[in-house]
Ligand binder design. Structure first.
Ligand SMILES: [Mg+2]
Length: 310
């Protein structure tokens, strides 16, 4: 598994290359005139089967960036779609690999964009990492990451040690840190070399921004991995660890849960790992419908188009 993730990390570096062109899928128009695409239509028995499947979904794990909003801009119709999902009694859990904001901060951002959200409905890779670490003895952590990650670990009873005291760390937890320094990398590597357990919030290689991308947590995790030769335990999507936490929070059977996201190698893969229904949206601008042997169950333009199928 780790070897596979590692390989993915390398492959993911090509994310910003041109799209993959024709996907060979069938485009359809539903009663509302919404164009959508589904995979293996014949094998599945057609679009009625797709609709029946979607209608039976009671809980949606929804990616944020590229699905609900892009950067600071709401993706058209996602506010209406989420309102409709909740209005129909379905559960929503927002799932993001970004470890730099707390659930409270994400809830505020969503509300600012007009999307109903409660902090309890947001699972970040920082919160998931701290929850995953409940299985370990509470001890000292050296952290490369921002305040949201540090506070999530502190809330679970872990002690954060600062640079210079990394020799005391039993764990090195690594996430996105926009104040990264060579000193922090050196401290993390020193602790891992001394035997500290190496845990990564996620390994997204980059962060899409207007006009390009910035280095993601995977770029930082990769530096420590390459320097030490030690592969981390990865908690965020597509790891089964965050998915186990997410499914437990929803409290629904896998057959009644779908994941919706814009990245096939992260969101769709996470869904496959968890054994749930997978929906790829093209609203993130990343549409790669088949990649690394992964095929989503359904491809739609946006969350709005998905909800139109209900
Ligand atoms: Mg996304």
């Amino acid at each position: 598994m780790d070897a596979e993730r590692d390989e993915n990390l390398e492959k993911d570096a090509s994310h910003n290359s041109a799209g993959e062109g024709d996907t060979g899928n069938d485009a359809n128009t539903n009663a509302d005139g919404v164009t959508y695409t589904y995979i293996n239509a014949n094998a599945d028995g057609g679009k009625d089967t797709v609709k029946n499947k979607i209608r039976g979904i009671r809980g949606f794990l929804i990616d944020l960036d590229g699905c609900v909003y892009r950067g600071d801009t709401l993706i058209e119709g996602s506010d209406v779609a989420i309102k409709a999902l909740k209005g129909s009694g379905r559960k929503v859990l927002y799932l993001t690999n970004n470890s730099t904001k707390t659930p409270q901060e994400y809830a505020m951002k969503l509300r600012r964009l007009g999307v109903d959200a409660d902090p309890a409905e947001i699972l970040t890779s920082a919160v998931a990492t701290a929850a995953y670490m409940r299985r370990f003895e509470r001890s000292s952590c050296y952290v490369i990451g921002e305040e949201a990650l540090r506070s999530a670990l502190a809330q679970e009873g872990f002690t954060i040690v600062e640079e210079g005291n990394e020799g005391r760390a039993k764990y090195v937890v690594c996430g996105l840190d926009r104040s990264l320094t060579y000193g922090k990398l050196a401290a993390a590597c020193a602790a891992v070399q001394r035997g500290a357990k190496f845990i990564a919030t996620n390994t997204d290689p980059n962060l899409p921004v207007e006009g390009g991308y910035l280095p993601g947590a995977g770029s930082i995790v990769g530096a420590v991995r390459i320097a030490t030769g030690v592969r981390p335990i990865v908690v965020g999507k597509p790891s089964r660890y965050i998915m186990e936490i997410a499914l437990e929070r929803l409290g629904l059977n896998k057959e009644k849960v779908a994941i919706v996201g814009d990245r096939i190698d992260i969101d769709v893969k996470a869904g496959k790992v968890a054994g749930i229904y997978t929906v790829l949206v093209s609203s993130g601008g990343y549409l790669k419908v088949r990649k690394m042997g992964l095929t989503p169950d359904l491809v739609v333009r946006s969350l709005y188009d998905l909800v139109a199928l209900l």
